[in-house]
Design a binder for this molecule. Structure first.
Ligand code: HEC
Ligand code: HEC
Length: 264
């Protein structure tokens, strides 16, 4: 009689315990990477060469894409965060979603994590403080660029350019701005039939009209019927600084810009 009263609660407690363990384990095990092994990393490395290296560099050192050797990730460095970044890409940036299986994404994540443990790369020969002075003074960079939320928006915000781009890309931006112009910053020159000419960043365009943001950051809209010509031969609003600044000044600027990593 006593036994029959006590047994069910013990059974229940046992079952509940097992249930807790299973759910707990599943929650704990779920976001972990099943391919975080030497073999997984090696397969991830091969996939990385095909799908990622043309932006992130063969050794993850960065280029058109972010430097992946720092171990810092704006969208989180946990396995689950990295999985989401690689699976879905980063909306609003050039980082695309990758077209591979989920298992392959996990292998890529294993390799990306491995890259994040590498020693920090070269940060350039220039002088960061001198570069900051040129940025704010002689270079007149603050006419078009902000570092942080306040400021002009004719050029991209540079608060984390050192994380997004490598040294070579940054130097090229200064010497040959037109070498790689993101779609959002393509410049055009609109010449109207009455002879007015307005250069600016193309915001929108359809069969009927075109909208640009001009050098004074004013929004301008033109009906196509009054437009004589739209010139697209100078795709960047940014001047080339080779003729304006010395080699040394360019080096200092590159060192300053590469130190901007968006970290607090
Ligand atoms: C077309 C260029 C391009 C390709 C291809 C590309 N990326 Fe990216 N990736 C970027 C850019 C640009 C960023 C920086 C985005 C930002 O934060 O503004 C980035 C950022 C990242 C980040 C950092 C995210 C963070 O939280 O800071 C990771 C990780 C990453 N990419 C992994 C990969 C992997 C793995 C592949 C290959 C499957 C890949 N990327 C392919 C351009 C690219
Ligand atoms: C007249 C406006 C203007 C001025 C002045 C200007 N820039 Fe730019 N900059 C732009 C535009 C527009 C872009 C985007 C198009 C491109 O990449 O060429 C850009 C792009 C860049 C990039 C690449 C950013 C990225 O996210 O890829 C860097 C770095 C840069 N500028 C640095 C500088 C520095 C340093 C100075 C001063 C010496 C400067 N800029 C002066 C308009 C300007």
């Amino acid at each position: 009689m006593m036994d029959r009263c006590i047994l069910p609660p013990i059974g229940m407690r046992l079952l509940f315990g097992i249930w807790c363990c299973t759910v707990g384990l599943a929650a704990w095990a779920q976001p972990r990477n099943p391919f975080d092994t030497p073999e997984g990393q090696a397969q991830g490395r091969a996939l990385f060469q095909t799908h990622c290296s043309y932006c992130h560099g063969a050794r993850g050192e960065g280029g058109r894409g972010a430097d992946l050797t720092t171990g810092h990730y704006r969208r989180g460095g946990e396995d689950a965060n990295l999985f989401a970044t690689v699976r879905n890409g980063i909306p609003g940036t050039e980082m695309p979603a990758v077209r591979v299986t989920d298992d392959e994404v996990w292998k890529l994540v294993a390799f990306v994590k491995f890259l994040g443990t590498m020693p920090a790369g070269e940060r350039g020969a220039g002088n960061v403080a001198a570069g900051k002075q040129i940025f704010e003074g002689k270079g007149k960079c603050t006419q078009c660029h902000s570092i942080g939320p306040e400021g002009p928006s004719l050029g991209p915000d540079l608060s984390d350019v050192g994380r997004r781009r490598d040294l070579q890309y940054i130097e090229e931006s200064l010497l040959r701005p037109e070498a790689d112009v993101p779609v959002k910053y393509r410049a055009v020159e609109v010449v109207t039939k009455s002879g007015e000419s307005v250069r600016g960043i193309r915001l929108n365009e359809d069969d009927i009209s075109i909208q640009v943001r001009d050098g004074q950051e004013r929004l301008r809209s033109f009906l196509k019927e009054i437009v004589r010509e739209i010139r697209r031969d100078k795709p960047s609003m940014m001047p080339a600084f080779g003729p304006v600044l010395s080699k040394r000044e360019i080096e200092d600027l590159v060192a300053f810009l590469s130190s901007l990593r968006g970290l607090p």
